[in-house]
Design a protein around this ligand. Structure first.
Ligand code: GLN
Length: 294
Protein backbone atom coordinates (compact mmCIF):
# COMPACT_ATOMS: atom_id res chain seq x y z
CA UNK A 1 0.00 0.00 0.00
CA UNK A 2 1.74 3.19 -1.16
CA UNK A 3 -0.25 5.15 1.42
CA UNK A 4 1.80 3.48 4.12
CA UNK A 5 4.76 5.68 3.18
CA UNK A 6 2.83 8.88 3.65
CA UNK A 7 4.07 11.05 6.51
CA UNK A 8 1.32 13.51 7.36
CA UNK A 9 -1.28 11.12 8.75
CA UNK A 10 -4.16 12.25 10.91
CA UNK A 11 -5.61 10.06 13.64
CA UNK A 12 -8.71 9.44 11.52
CA UNK A 13 -6.77 8.46 8.41
CA UNK A 14 -4.42 6.11 10.18
CA UNK A 15 -7.27 4.37 12.02
CA UNK A 16 -9.08 3.84 8.76
CA UNK A 17 -5.94 2.54 7.07
CA UNK A 18 -5.05 0.15 9.92
CA UNK A 19 -8.57 -1.26 10.15
CA UNK A 20 -8.37 -2.15 6.50
CA UNK A 21 -4.85 -3.56 6.76
CA UNK A 22 -5.66 -5.67 9.84
CA UNK A 23 -8.75 -7.16 8.17
CA UNK A 24 -6.75 -8.06 5.07
CA UNK A 25 -4.21 -9.79 7.30
CA UNK A 26 -6.89 -11.72 9.23
CA UNK A 27 -6.51 -9.95 12.57
CA UNK A 28 -9.70 -10.76 14.45
CA UNK A 29 -10.81 -7.41 15.88
CA UNK A 30 -9.30 -4.95 13.39
CA UNK A 31 -11.06 -1.83 14.60
CA UNK A 32 -10.70 -2.47 18.32
CA UNK A 33 -7.04 -3.39 18.05
CA UNK A 34 -6.25 -0.35 15.87
CA UNK A 35 -7.93 1.91 18.42
CA UNK A 36 -6.25 0.35 21.43
CA UNK A 37 -2.79 0.49 19.87
CA UNK A 38 -3.17 4.05 18.62
CA UNK A 39 -4.60 5.22 21.98
CA UNK A 40 -1.45 4.03 23.65
CA UNK A 41 0.76 5.96 21.21
CA UNK A 42 -1.08 9.29 21.22
CA UNK A 43 -2.06 8.99 24.91
CA UNK A 44 -5.76 9.55 24.34
CA UNK A 45 -8.69 7.37 25.50
CA UNK A 46 -10.25 5.37 22.70
CA UNK A 47 -13.29 7.63 22.64
CA UNK A 48 -11.08 10.72 22.46
CA UNK A 49 -9.56 9.42 19.23
CA UNK A 50 -12.83 10.24 17.53
CA UNK A 51 -12.97 13.76 18.92
CA UNK A 52 -9.42 14.32 17.69
CA UNK A 53 -9.88 12.75 14.28
CA UNK A 54 -8.05 15.54 12.44
CA UNK A 55 -5.06 15.71 14.75
CA UNK A 56 -1.88 14.90 12.80
CA UNK A 57 0.57 12.33 14.15
CA UNK A 58 4.13 13.35 14.87
CA UNK A 59 6.84 11.47 13.05
CA UNK A 60 8.00 9.74 16.22
CA UNK A 61 4.46 8.62 17.05
CA UNK A 62 4.05 7.32 13.56
CA UNK A 63 7.25 5.28 13.79
CA UNK A 64 6.25 3.72 17.10
CA UNK A 65 2.75 3.00 15.82
CA UNK A 66 4.09 1.29 12.69
CA UNK A 67 6.17 -0.93 14.93
CA UNK A 68 3.01 -1.90 16.88
CA UNK A 69 1.11 -2.61 13.67
CA UNK A 70 3.91 -4.80 12.36
CA UNK A 71 3.92 -6.83 15.59
CA UNK A 72 0.15 -7.22 15.57
CA UNK A 73 0.16 -8.47 11.99
CA UNK A 74 2.72 -11.05 13.11
CA UNK A 75 -0.09 -12.04 15.50
CA UNK A 76 1.57 -10.90 18.69
CA UNK A 77 -1.30 -10.35 21.16
CA UNK A 78 -2.12 -6.71 21.95
CA UNK A 79 -1.30 -7.29 25.64
CA UNK A 80 2.29 -8.28 24.79
CA UNK A 81 2.68 -5.33 22.44
CA UNK A 82 1.56 -2.90 25.14
CA UNK A 83 3.18 -4.88 27.97
CA UNK A 84 0.07 -4.77 30.10
CA UNK A 85 -3.37 -6.30 30.62
CA UNK A 86 -6.31 -5.29 32.77
CA UNK A 87 -7.66 -7.93 35.15
CA UNK A 88 -10.14 -7.39 38.01
CA UNK A 89 -9.92 -3.65 37.28
CA UNK A 90 -6.18 -3.74 38.03
CA UNK A 91 -3.31 -3.30 35.62
CA UNK A 92 -0.85 -6.18 35.27
CA UNK A 93 2.48 -6.06 33.48
CA UNK A 94 2.80 -8.98 31.05
CA UNK A 95 5.38 -10.29 28.61
CA UNK A 96 5.69 -13.52 26.59
CA UNK A 97 7.02 -15.33 29.69
CA UNK A 98 3.50 -15.33 31.17
CA UNK A 99 0.00 -16.31 30.09
CA UNK A 100 -2.16 -13.24 29.45
CA UNK A 101 -4.83 -13.03 32.17
CA UNK A 102 -8.27 -13.95 30.75
CA UNK A 103 -11.59 -12.36 31.69
CA UNK A 104 -13.07 -15.76 32.60
CA UNK A 105 -10.36 -16.19 35.25
CA UNK A 106 -11.94 -13.29 37.12
CA UNK A 107 -14.65 -15.78 38.12
CA UNK A 108 -12.01 -17.74 40.05
CA UNK A 109 -10.94 -14.60 41.94
CA UNK A 110 -14.55 -13.62 42.67
CA UNK A 111 -15.35 -17.11 43.94
CA UNK A 112 -12.32 -17.12 46.22
CA UNK A 113 -13.13 -13.66 47.61
CA UNK A 114 -16.65 -14.81 48.47
CA UNK A 115 -15.44 -18.00 50.16
CA UNK A 116 -12.87 -16.14 52.22
CA UNK A 117 -15.41 -13.68 53.63
CA UNK A 118 -15.19 -13.87 57.40
CA UNK A 119 -11.78 -15.56 57.36
CA UNK A 120 -9.60 -13.33 59.62
CA UNK A 121 -6.09 -13.49 58.15
CA UNK A 122 -6.29 -15.86 55.23
CA UNK A 123 -3.09 -17.54 54.05
CA UNK A 124 -3.25 -18.34 50.34
CA UNK A 125 -1.13 -20.52 48.07
CA UNK A 126 -1.15 -20.00 44.29
CA UNK A 127 0.26 -22.80 42.14
CA UNK A 128 1.68 -21.70 38.76
CA UNK A 129 1.22 -18.02 39.42
CA UNK A 130 2.43 -16.67 36.03
CA UNK A 131 1.86 -12.90 36.02
CA UNK A 132 0.46 -13.23 39.56
CA UNK A 133 -2.94 -11.99 38.37
CA UNK A 134 -4.96 -14.38 40.56
CA UNK A 135 -3.20 -14.17 43.91
CA UNK A 136 -2.24 -10.50 43.62
CA UNK A 137 -5.86 -9.51 42.90
CA UNK A 138 -6.97 -11.48 45.96
CA UNK A 139 -4.30 -9.84 48.13
CA UNK A 140 -5.12 -6.39 46.79
CA UNK A 141 -8.81 -6.86 47.61
CA UNK A 142 -8.25 -8.58 51.01
CA UNK A 143 -5.81 -6.36 52.94
CA UNK A 144 -5.41 -8.91 55.78
CA UNK A 145 -4.45 -11.80 53.48
CA UNK A 146 -0.93 -13.13 52.91
CA UNK A 147 0.27 -15.39 50.13
CA UNK A 148 2.84 -17.75 48.73
CA UNK A 149 3.06 -17.95 44.94
CA UNK A 150 5.04 -20.61 43.09
CA UNK A 151 5.97 -21.04 39.44
CA UNK A 152 8.39 -23.27 37.57
CA UNK A 153 9.58 -20.31 35.47
CA UNK A 154 11.98 -17.73 36.93
CA UNK A 155 11.04 -15.37 34.07
CA UNK A 156 7.40 -15.58 35.09
CA UNK A 157 8.29 -14.98 38.74
CA UNK A 158 10.13 -11.80 37.74
CA UNK A 159 6.92 -10.51 36.12
CA UNK A 160 4.85 -11.51 39.17
CA UNK A 161 7.28 -9.75 41.55
CA UNK A 162 7.10 -6.61 39.43
CA UNK A 163 3.30 -6.75 39.60
CA UNK A 164 3.35 -7.24 43.38
CA UNK A 165 5.46 -4.05 43.66
CA UNK A 166 3.22 -2.06 41.34
CA UNK A 167 0.10 -3.11 43.24
CA UNK A 168 1.66 -2.36 46.61
CA UNK A 169 1.21 -5.89 48.01
CA UNK A 170 4.85 -7.06 47.83
CA UNK A 171 5.26 -7.22 51.62
CA UNK A 172 2.38 -9.73 51.90
CA UNK A 173 3.50 -12.20 49.25
CA UNK A 174 6.44 -14.60 48.93
CA UNK A 175 7.54 -16.01 45.58
CA UNK A 176 9.25 -19.36 45.09
CA UNK A 177 10.58 -21.14 42.04
CA UNK A 178 9.01 -24.59 42.18
CA UNK A 179 7.58 -27.26 39.91
CA UNK A 180 4.12 -27.34 41.50
CA UNK A 181 4.86 -27.91 45.21
CA UNK A 182 7.99 -30.06 44.85
CA UNK A 183 10.40 -27.35 46.09
CA UNK A 184 8.31 -26.55 49.17
CA UNK A 185 8.54 -28.09 52.62
CA UNK A 186 7.16 -27.82 56.16
CA UNK A 187 8.72 -24.39 56.82
CA UNK A 188 6.74 -22.92 53.90
CA UNK A 189 3.47 -24.01 55.43
CA UNK A 190 1.66 -21.58 57.72
CA UNK A 191 0.62 -23.05 61.12
CA UNK A 192 -2.21 -25.47 60.38
CA UNK A 193 -1.88 -25.08 56.59
CA UNK A 194 -3.20 -22.67 53.95
CA UNK A 195 -6.79 -21.47 54.06
CA UNK A 196 -7.02 -21.55 50.29
CA UNK A 197 -5.02 -23.12 47.50
CA UNK A 198 -5.61 -21.63 44.04
CA UNK A 199 -4.51 -22.55 40.56
CA UNK A 200 -5.13 -21.98 36.89
CA UNK A 201 -3.00 -24.89 35.69
CA UNK A 202 -2.18 -25.65 32.04
CA UNK A 203 -5.14 -27.63 30.73
CA UNK A 204 -4.99 -27.77 26.93
CA UNK A 205 -4.83 -31.32 25.50
CA UNK A 206 -1.71 -32.16 23.48
CA UNK A 207 -3.78 -32.71 20.33
CA UNK A 208 -5.31 -29.22 20.62
CA UNK A 209 -1.99 -27.39 20.90
CA UNK A 210 -1.27 -27.28 17.14
CA UNK A 211 -4.70 -25.79 16.37
CA UNK A 212 -4.62 -22.94 18.89
CA UNK A 213 -5.14 -19.42 17.54
CA UNK A 214 -1.83 -17.92 16.33
CA UNK A 215 -1.97 -15.42 19.22
CA UNK A 216 -2.24 -18.21 21.81
CA UNK A 217 0.76 -19.83 20.13
CA UNK A 218 2.79 -16.80 21.26
CA UNK A 219 2.00 -17.59 24.91
CA UNK A 220 4.24 -19.88 26.96
CA UNK A 221 3.58 -23.50 26.16
CA UNK A 222 4.34 -24.46 29.78
CA UNK A 223 1.34 -22.37 30.82
CA UNK A 224 -1.00 -24.13 28.37
CA UNK A 225 -0.07 -27.75 27.74
CA UNK A 226 -1.77 -30.16 30.16
CA UNK A 227 -0.61 -33.46 28.62
CA UNK A 228 -2.51 -36.08 26.62
CA UNK A 229 -5.92 -35.50 28.17
CA UNK A 230 -5.14 -32.00 29.51
CA UNK A 231 -5.50 -33.21 33.08
CA UNK A 232 -1.89 -33.93 34.12
CA UNK A 233 -1.63 -30.97 36.48
CA UNK A 234 -4.99 -31.61 38.15
CA UNK A 235 -3.85 -35.14 39.00
CA UNK A 236 -0.57 -33.88 40.44
CA UNK A 237 -2.12 -31.03 42.43
CA UNK A 238 -4.73 -33.39 43.93
CA UNK A 239 -1.82 -35.51 45.19
CA UNK A 240 0.40 -32.69 46.40
CA UNK A 241 -2.00 -30.08 47.78
CA UNK A 242 -3.77 -32.00 50.57
CA UNK A 243 -0.72 -31.81 52.85
CA UNK A 244 -0.65 -28.01 52.58
CA UNK A 245 -4.30 -27.26 53.26
CA UNK A 246 -6.05 -26.46 56.57
CA UNK A 247 -8.62 -29.13 57.38
CA UNK A 248 -11.28 -26.41 56.91
CA UNK A 249 -9.58 -24.94 53.86
CA UNK A 250 -10.48 -25.22 50.19
CA UNK A 251 -8.88 -25.69 46.81
CA UNK A 252 -10.24 -23.58 43.92
CA UNK A 253 -9.07 -23.86 40.35
CA UNK A 254 -9.92 -22.98 36.80
CA UNK A 255 -10.86 -25.85 34.47
CA UNK A 256 -11.15 -26.17 30.70
CA UNK A 257 -14.38 -26.59 28.74
CA UNK A 258 -15.79 -30.11 29.16
CA UNK A 259 -13.32 -31.17 31.88
CA UNK A 260 -15.60 -30.86 34.90
CA UNK A 261 -16.79 -34.48 35.03
CA UNK A 262 -13.37 -36.05 34.58
CA UNK A 263 -11.77 -33.79 37.16
CA UNK A 264 -14.58 -34.50 39.66
CA UNK A 265 -13.92 -38.21 39.25
CA UNK A 266 -10.17 -37.76 39.76
CA UNK A 267 -10.92 -35.68 42.84
CA UNK A 268 -13.15 -38.37 44.38
CA UNK A 269 -10.52 -41.02 43.69
CA UNK A 270 -7.94 -38.94 45.59
CA UNK A 271 -10.13 -38.23 48.63
CA UNK A 272 -11.44 -34.78 47.70
CA UNK A 273 -15.03 -33.57 47.43
CA UNK A 274 -16.20 -31.05 44.84
CA UNK A 275 -18.42 -28.49 46.59
CA UNK A 276 -19.08 -26.09 43.71
CA UNK A 277 -18.73 -25.80 39.95
CA UNK A 278 -19.33 -22.33 38.50
CA UNK A 279 -20.13 -21.34 34.94
CA UNK A 280 -18.49 -18.40 33.18
CA UNK A 281 -20.38 -15.81 31.13
CA UNK A 282 -20.28 -18.14 28.11
CA UNK A 283 -22.09 -20.81 30.18
CA UNK A 284 -18.96 -23.00 30.39
CA UNK A 285 -18.11 -24.78 33.65
CA UNK A 286 -14.95 -22.87 34.47
CA UNK A 287 -14.27 -22.80 38.21
CA UNK A 288 -14.32 -25.68 40.69
CA UNK A 289 -14.10 -25.58 44.49
CA UNK A 290 -12.98 -28.66 46.45
CA UNK A 291 -12.47 -29.68 50.06
CA UNK A 292 -10.63 -32.60 51.60
CA UNK A 293 -12.69 -35.60 52.62
CA UNK A 294 -16.35 -36.39 52.16
N1 GLN B 1 -7.83 -20.32 28.90
C1 GLN B 1 -6.64 -20.57 28.18
C2 GLN B 1 -6.97 -20.82 26.72
O1 GLN B 1 -7.97 -21.41 26.43
C3 GLN B 1 -5.88 -21.75 28.74
C4 GLN B 1 -5.36 -21.47 30.08
C5 GLN B 1 -4.84 -22.71 30.75
O2 GLN B 1 -4.39 -23.68 30.14
N2 GLN B 1 -4.92 -22.68 32.03
O3 GLN B 1 -6.25 -20.41 25.85
Amino acid sequence: MSDAKKNNWTIGEILQWTKQYFSEKGVENPRLDAEVLLSDIVKLDRLRLYVNFDQPLQQQELDRYRDYVKKRVMRLPVAYILGRKEFMGLEFAVNPAVLIPRPETELLVETVLKRLEGCQNPAILDIGTGSGAIILSVLKLLPAATGLAVDISPQALAVARDNADRLGVAERVTFRESNLLTALGEPDKPAGGFDAILSNPPYIKDEDIPVLAPEVGKEPRTALAGGRDGLDFYRLILQEAAGYLQPEGFLAWEIGAGQSEDISRLARESGWTVTDVLKDLAGIERVMVLIIGK
